[in-house]
Design a protein. Sequence first.
Length: 480
Amino acid sequence: MLKPVRVFCFIFLLAVLATLLTGWHMLQMKEDALAYAHASGKNTLLLVEREFHRDLDVHAQTLQTLSNVLTGPATPALTQQILQELVQGHAAGSVQSGTLVVTDANGQLLMDLNHAGELRRDLSEREYFQAARDNPGRQFLSRPFLPSYPGASESTALSRAVLDANGQFVGVVAAIKELRHMESFVRGLDLGELGDVSIRLLDGSVLAQWPAEPKRSSADERQTFEAFVASGEVETFRQQANTPDAYWRGYRRIGDYPAVVSVELGRKAIFHTWTARTWITSGLLLAINAMTLFFAYRLTRHLRRRDAQESRLRTQADTDPLTGLHNRRWFDQKAQREWQRRRAGDGQLAVLMMDIDQFKAYNDHYGHPRGDLALINVAHLVGKGCRREEDGAARYGGEEFVMILPGCDTAAAARIAESIRREIEETALPHAKGDRGVVTLSIGVASTSDTAAESIEALIDAADANLYKAKAAGRNKVVA
């Protein structure tokens, strides 16, 4: 038979051994988390870069072809046919086809191939025109701007100069692309908490990013971005793991275009799984170190939960879920108990049957949600009518309520009923389909002081009959 001291020593040794093994294992898992974050971040970086590289390539090829068509020897009819086929092919090959515009050498709009581009004719002030004009041998990706067509959103433009056979500048072709399509794509990437993805120009202008307001925005990140741009590298990674402000960052150029994709993972994104497993393991260690107390605590908690659950089930079984009043089941049991007490010579017993006037019309006019609110308000006021501990109110069914008043004769019960009726009327809940324009209550009262009832059911029937008399007398009345 194991002695308690030996059991304690055995558990203590197990705890020490488990702690040492777990500490070593957690360090290995942390290294794995960093490796996984690097792989995940790099894959996300490649996914975004390839998606938009391909999209920009489609635009670039379209602009090259468009430039060749405009300066080529084709006839006007053939040129128009080629342009139409070009637009269709461009729309099929691009994530979002955007708008193709052509200007002359002075920046005047010559054509808009998608009929949804710039409305203004003079585009000489546009950045995409000026940059293409001043750098005829290069393609230019503009900073975000707002096109002039109705309903436009922020856009960027890929543009290039059009040169004739003699190498003279004759105009600009540009593909205008709304940035919301970029934002929609990056929004679909789930990087977890403190994870950011962005597409920026080399000068730091943001084309798309998610979240819209990055959770991390620091001078250190800006310096890292600027250093990457200045280095001329295609791709670079930075990570900082052993500080409270841990992060992983990756930057990648989008082909030969003046744009960079960046992905940043914060501490929670990197170590979320590792942290969760650390807490789980720590909990297991704590359980081993205090095994006896743990089981005692579990047993006590189990008994408390069982008692609380039984109490909750009893309450739920006796409570109407909408109004919070007692339900029909509770009332039937309460009524039987009070009737048995009365038969034993314990005074009078009164019952109030109550019904909201024209409630079906209220529901039809205002809808069931408003009807439920009306029931709750009326139930609250009916419940307030129970001034003594032995009094009880319940929702009898639908818009009907019932109250049982031990020790009350007819006069006392009628005073309580009138108080409830008056308070509900004075609350003035609007009832456009009611006779008085507000929610009202009709009440029937019966007491053993004036009713020769042989059973509690007979007393309830008498109160119900008086309720119908109150309805027939014009509603909003108390009949005893």
